[in-house]
Design a protein. Structure first.
Length: 117
């Protein structure tokens, strides 16, 4: 199996509502000079921080780990004994996996892999 690479894609922070999400993302944006993007379910500060408008997976939020090939990453993780929750898998229009969560939380954070070419 070819070596699979991973890098931090973003952090996701659970908040209670849209106002709190805007405040959290705005602070990240102000500190690190990032643009704000208000999406349907979350508010982004650049691509680094995602403040969710309501609590999502993970007690505190989630950590997104980018990888060029999510399907290869699933095989890699499972071959090393880590469980992937395929019920959380999301696929693009071509049927290619682009997001899936691990079953295990780390330090109160859910962890998902996301395809980042």
């Amino acid at each position: 199996m070819a070596e699979v690479s991973y890098e931090l894609a973003h952090i996701g922070i659970n908040t209670e509502n849209e106002d709190e999400a805007v405040a959290v993302a705005s602070l990240f944006a102000q500190i690190f000079k990032l643009p704000i993007k208000n999406g349907r379910n979350s508010v982004y500060a650049g691509s680094a921080a995602e403040a969710l408008k309501k609590p999502g997976k993970g007690r505190l939020g989630h950590i997104g780990m980018g990888t060029p090939d999510c399907e290869a990453a699933v095989k890699d993780l499972e071959s090393r004994g880590f469980e992937v929750d395929m019920s959380t898998a999301k696929y693009n229009a071509d049927g290619k996996l682009y997001v899936v969560y691990l079953k295990q939380e780390i330090g109160g954070f859910a962890v998902h892999i996301v395809c980042k070419p």
